[in-house]
Ligand binder design. Sequence first.
Ligand code: HPA
Length: 250
Amino acid sequence: MMLAIIGGSGLTKLPGLTITHRQVVRTPYGEPSGALTFGELAGHPVLFLARHGYGHTIPPHLVNYRANIWALASQGATHIASIASVGGIHPEMWPGQFAVPDQIIDYTHGREHTFADYDGKPVTHLDFTWPYCEDMRQRCMQALAEAGEEYLDGGAYGCSQGPRLETKAEIDRMARDGADMVGMTGMPEAYLAREIGLCYAAIAVSVNWAAGRGESQEAITAEAIEANLKQAAERIRTVLVHLARMCCEG
Ligand code: HPA
């Protein structure tokens, strides 16, 4: 198996990754967010891609998800761990809390969300009842446990369109829908991975209470998100070292 890591906000670089080379990949869907980074994490080979570009310049609705997933698959990735910063909706999704979601609610629109071009081919409907790869979810949770982190096993990831944050009423609605956390990039990424046959799971980390919850009653400040992202980065690195060891050994 070959592990690919898609880094989200706050993880445009993977500290501790020894870079062996970078590869510009052309795809039928245009440009990925950047060159793919081939490297080693604690001696284990991994592929890395910064979802928002290495300079963090691509907003969630303009990420070329198809190109990213296609590029990773074309370079031999078989498994993807997506790092996703989220706002916490579930009462235990306080800032700093990890979760490995097992469900998705897609609130996005206007994103290129399928590889299927329906160009004269019969229409198919892929199963997406359980949107994440359970094998990869288990590995992510094991890596979190080995890193000494607590995490929520499961939960529904609500994917909002962004780039703006949500209103309080929108978060209340998401909570009624059953969403436990909210992010902006989980879809169509997870579905495209399913379409192309990659085993995909997400490690979500809460970087703020979602709008109208906890400390975010009045507002969500960029400074708070920034500070939490920074704090999480080193912990995520440790988790990923465990994941790389687990995924890439033998
Ligand atoms: N909403 C949407 N996406 C996010 C948030 C949020 O509150 N925090 C981090 N990503």
